[in-house]
Design a protein around this ligand. Sequence first.
Ligand SMILES: Nc1nc2c(ncn2[C@@H]2O[C@H](COP(=O)(O)OP(=O)(O)O)[C@@H](O)[C@H]2O)c(=O)[nH]1
Ligand SMILES: [Mg+2]
Length: 253
Amino acid sequence: MIQMTLIQIDNYGPWTVTPNPCNESDLQILQAELFADVQRQIAMKKGLVFYTRFDNMLAVTNGLNEEDHMRIQRSIRNRYPITISMGVGTAKTPYEAQKIATEVLQNKGGAQAAERKEILAIDSLVKPEDSFVQMAHIDINGVTDSLTDIIPAFDTNFLVNKAQHYLMTKLIEKGALLFFIGGDNFMSPCNELGTEELMKILEEIDDEIDIALKAGVGRSDNAEDAAYMGDLGLEEIREGNNEELVYVLEKKN
Ligand SMILES: Nc1nc2c(ncn2[C@@H]2O[C@H](COP(=O)(O)OP(=O)(O)O)[C@@H](O)[C@H]2O)c(=O)[nH]1
Ligand SMILES: [Mg+2]
């Protein structure tokens, strides 16, 4: 079972324009600092946050309990001009877990409801014995040589986005999520996705848009170790000159 937390800034839209619209640069700084801050706190417990839309962030939070979530909310309230609400859900697939996390929070009021403030809505928490996270760290082959060092920066960015869109479209059908994590890298929480299924997706994308991908898949009882095992899997593929598409590593406790 995977546990996911939706982190949502309370009443952010109205706040950004009251009494007058904030400078966009200030909003960007607030969002980036909030992401780094929440990431640091969730990482202390081996969770992992994806910035998603910044005003809404999704995190894999296996190992974090109610108190852990509350402490983050309190700390943000004391140091930022905004507050955050959270919804927590668990399921067999990451897609289902974030859906439940969203629904429990939606039931407590809208993202722009002035009266909804610092809600912690927990549908369920994963028990230690049921805790399982599978993460695929997906990377584009040879971005630096074929794109970064050759074509304009914006064009590379556009291609990376295109790869992301294709990956998301195919992974969501399998109950898996996909997040851009920088460079030419994507991280996919993908409990229940089989190695063959992932390999097929990567092959299809190579055929359809001529972007060659590889993936290190990590498994553990928490997000941090699963992602780390995924990184090690990618290193294995690189050492073999990208001949393998997918390499799976499991962390035994
Ligand atoms: N977030 C993140 N970014 C990475 C990681 N590894 C590489 N990058 C970024 O991705 C870029 C391309 O790296 P890599 O895939 O190793 O090189 P390639 O062989 O040219 O595709 C790097 O310049 C970094 O910006 C990683 O593990 N995590
Ligand atoms: Mg690469």
